[in-house]
Write a protein that binds this ligand. Sequence first.
Ligand code: PSU
Ligand code: MN
Length: 307
Amino acid sequence: MPHPSYLTLGSEVAAALEAGKPVVALESTIITHGMPHPDNLAMARRVEALVRAEGAVPATIAIMDGRIRVGLDDADLERLAETGQAAAKASRRDVAALLASGALAGTTVATTMQAAAMAGIRVFATGGIGGVHRGASESFDVSADLEELGRTPVAVVCAGAKAILDLSKTLEVLETKGVPVIGYGTDAFPAFWTRDSGLKAGLRADDAADVARILSVQFALAMGGVLIANPIPEAAAMDKAEIDGFIATALAAADAEGIAGKAVTPFLLGKIVALSGGRSLAANIALVENNARVAAGIARALASSPA
Ligand code: PSU
Ligand code: MN
């Protein structure tokens, strides 16, 4: 168990967990580094409301004032959204130093999984996970999200990995780490802004109960995380050729400006929002909302399935 003084559960989250009610973890790097203000705040609020509407309790996670906070109030969401990229982006390696300094930080998929597991939350919704970057054979840039999925028993509902990445290599590493990848209502591995990367997810589930059956076994065996790949809704999906063009332009700009390390993903996402005149942001918001709804359904199915 983590040292209790570093983990603070919101009262509603604590009560729900105590009573065995469904809870959905939500990350905060998507608020601080993934979207511009004020869209980030509207997204954070709406995602929490959608989780509630589906009968689960939202637990947005962040590092604030020397604590890992699980379950935030509206003032906390505002603080994260307004601070934006001036906040830290907390990956697993940053957690101790950020707690020691008391700095404000958004938690990535990796760190949110870690915190959710500490708190006893099994289901987590995000936009798209990090993965193997293009050119990783030279840069070695592989997201800590993949490592965390291999070792931490939390189900991550996403719209695939962000298509700025090398999706084929990302799936290879997920296989190496022993992570089941479940297409939700699809055989395909989705590509974040589009529904089909041309690659296969490997497993398929067609409803929340289907997913919960696999999760129950995975968690009973303490086998690590599970990726649930839920494609962006058809109506919100972008045109593949168009988004591929934006990605290529953004990658070239990152290269020209020498962007590296943890700055890469926020830089590329921001660039693509600008290039698309905000349309990629609208798609990103739609897919996160869709993931929140599906995650709440899975959390409900898991809470009512025999342990
Ligand atoms: N999903 C989104 N937008 C985001 C992210 C996910 O729709 O900004 C964030 C998550 O926090 C994820 C991070 O962990 O991007 C990946 O960062 P990196 O590639 O540096 O590991
Ligand atoms: Mn990286």
